[in-house]
Design a protein around this ligand. Structure first.
Ligand code: ADP
Ligand code: MG
Length: 357
C-alpha cells in the first residue's frame, strides 16, 4: 500500500517527483485501471506518436492464461476486431504489442468509470437514476452495439459480430458523459469459429438472454436483451435476475416474471417503461430487430417526455455531480467504489506479476 501511494499520480497525469517509472518495452506503466476475468488493464505513457495520444490503456492477458492457446487466440482476435472498429462510443484500439513474452492490446485511455460503479449493490434498492439519463446512456450503448453488429472485415464482408458480454463492467462512462463500450474478449463471429470450452457459457449470467441459455438459435439480439437488462436495473435501482447461484439466476432469466419498471417506480414514464420492456421480450420475434431500433425508440421517448438531454447534464452525472436533488446517495456510492477500485491500484505488484520477479 505504501508503494501504491508512492506511485500515485495526480489527476492530471503528472507523476509525483520521487516516482521511479516502471517500463514495459517502450511504455511507462502507471496504474491499474481495472481487472476483468481475462485481463488487467494498465494506464501507461506511450512513446511519442502522431496518430495516438500519449496516455493509453494497455490490456494484458492474465499471466495464467498466456500459455493457454485458446485464450491467446481469443486475445489476438479481440485485438484484430478492435482495430476494425471506429466509432465514437467504442473504445479505440490502436495496436497489439509484444515485449518480453507478454502481449498487450494498446487502447484509447478513457477517463471515466464503468457503469457498475454508479450503482453499488450494497446500496440497493437505491440509488435511482434520472430516467432520461439512463435512456441517453443506453441509447449511446446501443449505437456502439449497432456499429459492432454491422462491422465489416477489411475485405468488405459483413462479420456479424455479437459482443456476448454486455454488462455494466464493460460500459465506461467518460467524465464528459460519452459512453465507451469495451471488452470484445468473448465476442462471437461465424467466421471466427468457437474458441469456447464445450458447455461453457460466455458472458455474465444475469445479462445472458434466455435463448442463449437454452441453446436455441441466437444472434445479435442477445446484446439488445443485455442492454435492456441494464436499462431496467438502472431505472429501478434493483437487480433484475439474481439467484443464490448461477443456476438459479439462469432459471430466473428463463422464467421469472419481469415487472414493468413503472410498477416499481410509479412516476416513471409508462412509455419509457414500455420501450425497455420490448428489449426484454423473451420471444425474439417481438424484441427489437436491432440495437439501432432500441436506440431510436429510447431517443423518441427522451424527446417526447423529457426534452433534450444535453451533454452537460450527462457530464455532471458521470462526474458525480448529481444535477438534481437526492444527490447524497450518489456520493456515497462513489466513495464506496472509487474509479479503478483503489485496492487494485498497485502498479508495482502488477509489474512483478508481469515479469515474474
Ligand atoms: N481503455 C480503458 N480506459 C480505462 N479503463 C479501462 C479501459 N479498458 C478497460 N478498463 C477498465 O478495466 C476493466 C477490465 O477491462 P476489460 O477489457 O473489461 O477486461 P476483461 O476482458 O478481463 O473483462 C474494465 O471494467 C474497466 O474498468
Ligand atoms: Mg470486462
Amino acid at each position: 500500500m505504501g508503494v501504491m501511494e508512492h506511485r500515485a499520480f495526480e489527476r492530471d497525469g503528472t507523476p509525483e517527483r520521487d516516482d521511479t517509472p516502471v517500463h514495459w518495452g517502450r511504455y511507462e506503466l502507471w496504474d491499474v485501471l481495472g481487472r476483468g476475468g481475462a485481463a488487467t488493464v494498465v494506464r501507461a505513457l506511450a512513446p511519442p506518436s502522431a496518430d495516438r495520444p500519449e496516455v493509453v490503456a494497455l490490456k494484458f492477458l492474465h499471466r495464467s492464461l498466456v500459455d493457454d492457446p485458446k485464450a491467446a487466440a481469443a486475445f489476438r482476435a479481440e485485438a484484430a476486431l478492435g482495430m476494425l472498429l471506429r466509432h465514437p462510443n467504442i473504445v479505440r484500439t490502436y495496436d497489439l504489442e509484444h515485449h518480453d513474452g507478454r502481449s498487450a492490446i494498446v487502447m484509447e485511455y478513457v477517463d471515466g468509470r464503468p457503469l457498475h460503479t454508479f450503482h453499488h449493490p450494497a446500496l440497493f434498492p437505491a440509488p435511482e437514476h434520472e430516467p432520461y439519463m439512463v435512456a441517453a446512456l443506453i441509447a449511446q450503448t446501443c449505437d456502439a452495439l449497432h456499429a459492432l453488429h454491422t462491422v465489416r472485415g477489411a475485405d468488405g464482408s459483413a462479420r456479424r459480430v455479437v459482443h456476448r458480454d454486455v454488462t455494466p463492467q464493460n460500459i465506461l462512462v467518460r467524465r464528459d458523459g460519452v459512453v465507451k463500450l469495451l471488452d470484445y474478449g468473448v465476442f462471437f463471429s461465424p467466421d471466427r469459429g468457437f474458441h469456447t470450452t464445450a458447455g461453457f457459457l460466455k458472458g455474465k449470467v444475469p445479462y445472458l438472454a434466455p435463448e442463449y441459455i437454452d441453446s436455441r438459435p441466437w444472434d445479435h439480439r442477445v446484446d439488445v436483451w443485455a442492454a435492456g437488462v441494464i436499462a431496467w436495473e438502472f431505472l429501478t435501482g434493483k437487480r433484475l435476475f439474481r439467484g443464490e447461484s448461477p443456476g438459479r439466476t439462469m432459471v430466473a432469466v428463463r422464467r421469472a416474471l419481469i415487472p414493468d419498471p413503472s410498477s416499481l417506480r410509479p412516476e416513471l414514464s409508462p412509455r419509457l417503461a414500455a420501450v425497455v420492456m420490448r428489449a426484454l421480450e423473451r420471444n425474439i420475434a417481438r424484441r427489437y430487430r436491432s440495437a439501432h431500433e432500441f436506440a431510436v425508440a429510447l431517443r423518441e421517448v427522451i424527446g417526447a417526455e423529457y426534452g433534450v438531454v444535453d451533454p452537460e447534464t450527462l457530464s455532471d452525472w458521470a462526474d458525480g455531480r448529481e444535477p438534481r436533488a437526492a444527490s447524497g446517495v450518489m456520493r456515497v456510492a462513489r466513495s464506496l467504489s472509487p474509479p479503478g477500485e483503489s485496492a487494485e491500484r498497485d502498479t508495482l505488484s502488477f509489474h512483478s506479476k508481469l515479469t515474474g520477479t
